[in-house]
Design a protein around this ligand. Structure first.
Ligand SMILES: [Zn+2]
Length: 237
């Protein structure tokens, strides 16, 4: 066993011979008829023109000024999705941001649904910017929508995640779900930044934080609901 493991590929070929000559010869003679190739190309060309006419997933590259980023504009990409009125705008990967603002947010590992309607995206990112340069530090984006919004959470059809109007954030390791590491004040700041950025509803499981943010902002948009100990959910309806 040991010996066989240490044999290199040339030795193995020597030992078992080279019965591939026949196969090689076959391969050499495999050549498609030009007419067959042309047929395949014609199909592909037709697909190209279909793609054109359906205007699927037309991409627009945009950039927007956000409060707190001075002259650096936040770049992002929006996609037109067939059968969906609103474009799906994608949260830009930090590595694709201008180097000076690569730390304005983190994206939760494993989060693939990175789309929202444009205004919702910009409200969420603005809240992250305020958190980063404000009192709660770098926030982690933990939930958005699929490119085709209504496929995001089929089991909860009324969720704004199914409309591209929801954005979830958290402070890694500092949420209620992190037990004694819960940073209640930082979460209150982050909730406040979300409200001030334009959230029309905000859900978090801590009654004290919800009451305080409603009081301080004078906007009664925060509500306490179960299931939101590990993230803060914002709606933009
Ligand atoms: Zn949510």
């Amino acid at each position: 066993m040991q010996l066989i493991h240490t044999l290199d590929i040339y030795t193995i070929v020597e030992l078992i011979g080279t019965p591939k000559e026949h196969a090689m010869t076959d391969l050499d003679h495999v050549s498609l008829d030009p007419i067959d190739i042309a047929d395949e190309l014609t199909v592909a060309i037709n697909e190209l023109s279909e793609f054109h006419s359906s205007s699927e997933k037309v991409i627009t590259v945009e950039s927007t000024k956000l409060v707190g980023l001075a002259d650096i504009e936040y770049p992002y990409t929006c996609y037109r999705v067939p059968g969906q009125a609103e474009n799906a705008c994608k949260l830009t990967s930090p590595s694709d941001l201008p180097s000076q603002i690569r730390d304005i947010y983190k994206i939760d590992s494993g989060l693939n649904n990175l789309y929202a309607q444009k205004n919702t995206l910009l409200i969420g990112v603005q809240a992250c910017v305020w958190s980063r340069y404000g009192k709660s530090g770098v926030a982690t984006v933990s939930g958005m929508s699929a490119m085709k919004f209504n496929t995001t959470r089929p089991s909860t059809p009324t969720s704004q995640h199914n409309k591209g109007r929801a954005f979830d954030v958290k402070l890694q390791g500092r949420m209620m779900s992190n037990g004694s590491s819960y940073d209640q004040l930082a979460c209150a700041y982050l909730c406040m930044y979300c409200v001030e950025a334009g959230a029309t509803r905000l859900i978090f499981s801590d009654n004290a934080v919800v009451d305080a943010v409603n009081k301080a902002t004078g906007k009664s948009v925060c509500i306490a609901l179960a299931g939101h100990k590990n993230h803060i959910h914002l709606d933009n309806r």
